[in-house]
Design a protein around this ligand. Structure first.
Ligand code: GN1
Ligand code: MG
Length: 363
């Protein structure tokens, strides 16, 4: 944990015009450290320390964030985009003496975030906003965005990391996690399908968010989507993982670490509302092949998340922040329950998807 004095020194590396009134830790992320900074002139900023053991191409990450934010800003859409603050040496990040990297952005005030939605309107708006993120970025060449975390959503690679973890994990952990380990192995082939389709180049490469969860949306007080935040993982990719990641966090009745596993299920009414919002924003740009495989994106990304949580549990929680030792195991069980629920309702999910996109009998 960084002390207050150090945080103050870091803030003053950036072009801010007043002294600091208060600094508050924002707890939401699993990877980076984030702080809300209030100045004595009442301006507020978000200060972020990027985790360099996860992000090793900080310049690439920052360049992606800035490129996308500037692009969205000049579109003059009703949404807000992120404004990054430069350092006094005119860079978008500051490297401290510990080799930690920091960046700062303007805090967007009067907004609400949700971990799980409580109205259909929030769900529709989330679909529309993440859909618009794809559509709006389609006018920017994906070649200008770097793949800063190669193979981030690659199931075969995630599976080999899992197998590696199995080799070195404690026997007790392997026994405790037996049920989910078996689930991962049993579902491997089905979950590798999307990777094979991607390799065959049947989908366009777009600019995607790669952490398109509900909590990365700011809403206004009227439950309308206002801004997509957390652009750390913006990269070239296929639309399916963003679509699926949103469904994972939105069309559910529980947060990703809820341990009431029997209650976890996909909410089909929410799926329909989400899909409508997404289709309203992307109908004109997605190809029939992309639409056809959106539901495959849903089950695949939920599986990937479960597998990554499981791998980290076996590796003694090196990657994700945890509140207790079995936290990643609970997250994994929760996500695999959601995968099962998607599998059970798959035909219905396909029907809803085709209906929202106005498509029949895609071959
Ligand atoms: C991580 O730290 P956060 O919450 O932005 C992770 C995502 C996972 C997410 C699980 C770089 O995101 O891939 O979806 O946790 N980000 C990285 O909620 O690994
Ligand atoms: Mg993130």
């Amino acid at each position: 944990m960084v002390n207050l004095e150090k945080l103050q020194l870091i803030c003053h590396q950036f072009k801010v015009e007043s002294s600091i009134q208060s600094i508050k830790t924002l707890e939401s992320g699993h990877i980076n450290d984030t702080y809300l900074i209030t100045l004595n002139n009442n301006e507020r900023y978000v200060l972020q320390k990027l985790n360099t053991s996860v992000f090793n191409d900080i310049k690439g990450v920052m360049a992606n964030k800035i490129t996308v934010s500037k692009h969205l800003k000049q579109l003059k859409s009703p949404y807000q985009s992120l404004d990054f603050i430069m350092t006094k040496t005119s860079k978008y990040y500051y490297r401290d003496e510990m080799n930690d990297y920091w960046n700062m952005m303007v805090y967007i005030s009067n907004c609400v975030t949700y971990d799980i939605p409580n109205t259909n309107k929030i769900v529709y708006e989330a679909g529309k906003l993440y859909g618009d993120f794809i559509t709006q970025n389609a006018t920017l060449s994906s070649g200008v965005i770097k793949e800063t975390l190669p193979d981030f959503h690659n199931v075969p690679l995630r599976f080999s990391q899992f197998e590696q973890a199995l080799k070195t994990a404690d026997d007790i952990k392997i026994t405790t996690a037996k049920e989910v380990i078996d689930f991962a192995k049993k579902n491997k082939d089905e979950m590798c399908e999307l990777a094979a389709l991607k390799t065959n180049n049947i989908f366009p490469i777009r600019i995607t968010h790669n952490d398109a969860k509900l909590s990365n949306i700011l809403f206004n007080k009227n439950e309308e989507g206002l801004a997509v935040i957390d652009l750390d993982t913006v990269m070239p990719g296929i639309v399916h993982f963003d679509f699926g990641d949103s469904v994972r966090s939105i069309c559910t009745n529980a947060a990703e670490d809820d341990d009431d596993f029997d209650a976890i299920a996909i909410k089909l009414d929410y799926y329909e509302a989400f899909c409508k919002g997404h289709a309203d924003a992307t109908k004109t740009i997605l190809t029939p092949q992309e639409v056809k495989y959106l539901p495959l994106g849903v089950k695949t990304i939920i599986f990937i998340m479960g597998l990554r949580f499981l791998t980290d549990y076996l590796n003694n929680n090196k990657y994700y922040k945890v509140k207790y030792d079995a936290h990643n195991l609970v997250r994994c069980k929760n996500q695999f329950k959601l995968v099962e629920s998607v599998q059970q309702h798959y035909d219905h999910i396909l029907k809803i998807t085709y209906h929202c996109y106005g498509l029949n009998n895609i071959s």
